[in-house]
Design a protein around this ligand. Structure first.
Ligand SMILES: Nc1ncnc2c1ncn2[C@@H]1O[C@H](COP(=O)(O)OP(=O)(O)OP(=O)(O)O)[C@@H](O)[C@H]1O
Length: 598
């Protein structure tokens, strides 16, 4: 087992009364990629700032073990020594390049210390005398080496400011690598990258991990990056660690999923796609309830849950007791466990007791922000009803033992509405949050506006739990809520649906939803007009994402038997959210499929 390169022990960082990091301990192993994730404001950047010496922690120890056995206590060192001696390099959330300098010059500046040393801190350097000439040539070679690795060598002489965004991100990493770091700290390197740039970034980071001795500590919101390249993931919420392990265990941890419910809808969707199976949907059913916790924007407030925080403007904000979504999951699991123990003691009463009290899956009320009946909500009354499936939640009480792999195992089959309501639970949960939080409703009026048709036709979901056998009517006849999509089918042609997860942006969860709404084939998506996209986005609860990720274009290519970068990865079995067993549709099966259509 490799020794940790970085050990963080009992780290705390306070800003006045605000506890940004509270008693955090974790390790990053040598030669691995460790990801630090968590909702906005969880304290990730603060951890980075403590490691790199930008902040002096209030308490705790940060130990870096060099490959030569030397140990550094980073909390005691000034930042420039952390870079020069402990060999920790970092990049920032906002790109910080010398935009007027060329790419090569940017990488040479990073080696300034080495060159100054070679010059003996005298004019010998200017004259090119002594070891300076050699050091200078080596620096240029190193710069070129990293430009090659970052696929930027062709633009070595261009100003850095002329590069596209994704290339600038890679240049920053190349620049950091020119310092020969033992630990490379990357703060959201994939932020703002398109899928192609994201892929190039992943390749670069894997290359660094495999071919240099550098270990990587990564803050990232992009779950596809985190899950694909990380060896180890640490999850923070409100400055505290709520999960720590390999990507697989972390992404199935209900506390992590609950914590992510405190962030923007789109990020929740990312988590769902990343996890992408029934377990998650069920786990969400036992998620935080409406009576506790702040709304999404309150996740910006890190701090112990009972703290009252003074702000400079005199405003005082109290983080509600029990605000931590992760703690709520734990508490609920404990309650559910004791409830099921009680039920077990009285077997005859069990069937009645089970449906006890349905609990809203996502916090409906947002005490911190809740405004009395917002004008937006009044103006668009249909927004309230837009996605009535919100009510579908199966009772938390009937799901014992949410704590350990709760959902997979603990589901009393007969009581949960596994049938038609289930598959859309993910979006429904989000819908509930939107429709019951007036402030949010007004924030995204457009998304709501496109959904009224569904609202009118959808049935309230309370619709008594159906027996599991009553499998989605949608398969036979698409549900009315998809009425806006023009080219639905009652069933896949030849009973052979395409693997829609080959389209970037469609995971198993969304494929399931699409199937239930009569979309099975690439050509159907390829034929979508604007109105279809709007309708599909409405029921998938994807504001603008289908257009942004160019599903129609991707589908058109795949329908013709062509491939995309993403579909290649799916076909190679490298995308966790796809069907592992399903192989690409080659030209031959494609032809067969066309035949079936006739
Ligand atoms: N210098 C500072 N002074 C006061 N509060 C700060 C300071 N730096 C961070 N904070 C607060 O500490 C908390 C954690 O912030 P931090 O930036 O570390 O979170 P984060 O997880 O990196 O968030 P994001 O994902 O949005 O970047 C936030 O509430 C933030 O407002």
């Amino acid at each position: 087992m490799s020794k940790p390169i970085l050990s963080v022990e009992h780290l705390s960082m306070k800003f006045g009364g605000l506890v940004a990091i509270g008693d955090l301990s974790f390790e990053a192993k040598r030669g691995e990629i460790t990801a630090l994730i968590g909702p906005n404001g969880a304290g990730k950047t603060t951890v980075f700032n403590c490691i790199t010496g930008f902040y002096k922690p209030s308490e705790g120890m940060i130990r870096l073990s060099g490959h030569d056995g030397k140990e550094f206590l980073l909390e005691r060192m000034p930042d420039f020594r952390i870079t020069a001696q402990a060999k920790v390099a970092r990049t920032f959330q906002n790109i910080r390049l010398f935009s007027g300098m060329t790419l090569l010059e940017n990488l040479l500046v990073a080696q300034h210390n080495k060159l100054m040393k070679a010059s003996g801190y005298t004019v010998l350097g200017l004259l090119g005398i002594g070891g300076y000439r050699k050091a200078s040539a080596e620096s240029v070679d190193l710069a070129k080496f990293w430009l090659e690795k970052a696929e930027l060598i062709d633009r070595a002489d261009d100003p850095a400011g002329d590069l596209p965004y994704g290339a600038q991100r890679r240049l920053e990493i190349a620049r950091a690598m020119c310092t020969g770091p033992e630990l490379l700290c990357l703060d959201e390197p994939a932020a703002g990258l398109n899928p192609k740039e994201s892929l190039a970034l992943n390749t670069l980071l894997i290359d660094i991990k495999d071919n240099t001795g550098t270990s990587i500590l990564l803050i990232e919101h992009d779950m596809s990056v985190v899950m694909q390249i990380s060896d180890h993931v640490v999850v923070l919420e409100y400055g505290r660690k709520i999960s720590d392990g390999n990507p697989e265990s972390v992404r199935n941890d209900p506390r992590v999923i609950a914590a992510y419910l405190g962030v923007d809808d789109e990020e929740v969707e990312d988590v769902l796609i990343a996890v992408g199976d029934d377990h998650v949907i069920e786990q969400l059913d036992v998620g935080p309830d409406s009576a506790h916790g702040p709304g999404s924007s309150s996740s910006m407030l890190a701090g112990p849950v009972s703290d009252t925080i003074g702000h400079s403007e005199g405003e005082r904000i109290t983080v509600a007791d029990g605000a931590s979504k992760a703690s709520q999951v734990d508490a609920r699991a404990a309650r559910a466990a004791s409830a099921s123990a009680a039920l077990a003691a009285v077997p005859a009463a069990a069937p009645k007791a089970a449906p006890a009290k349905p609990v809203a899956r996502k916090p409906a009320a947002k005490p911190v922000e809740a405004k009395p009946a917002s004008t937006a909500a009044k103006a668009k009354p249909e927004a309230k009803a837009a996605k009535p499936k919100a009510a579908v939640v199966s009772g938390a009480a009937v799901k014992p033992a949410a704590s350990t792999k709760p959902v997979a195992t603990a589901k009393p089959a007969a009581t949960t509405a596994k049938a038609p309501t289930k598959p859309t639970a993910a979006s429904a949960g989000k819908a509930s949050a939107k429709s019951t939080a007036p402030a949010k409703a007004s924030a995204k009026p457009v998304a709501k506006a496109v959904a009224p048709a569904k609202a009118a036709t959808s049935k309230p979901v309370k619709a008594a739990p159906k027996p599991a056998s009553a499998k989605p009517a949608a398969k036979a006849a698409p549900a009315p809520k998809a009425a806006g999509v023009s080219n639905r089918l009652a069933a896949p042609r030849g009973n052979r649906p395409d693997n829609l997860t080959r389209i970037k942006g469609i995971g198993l969860v969304n494929e399931k939803k699409l199937n239930e709404h009569g979309i099975f084939h690439f050509d159907q998506i390829a034929a979508w007009k604007k109105a279809d996209v709007v309708a599909a986005e409405a029921y998938l609860a994807f504001d603008g994402r289908i257009a942004r990720e160019e599903w129609v274009k991707q589908a058109a290519l795949l329908d013709k038997g062509k491939e995309t970068e993403f579909s290649k990865r799916v076909d190679a079995g490298k995308v966790a959210t796809s069907h592992p067993s399903q192989k690409p549709k080659s030209a031959a099966p494609k032809a067969a499929k066309s035949g079936e259509r006739k």
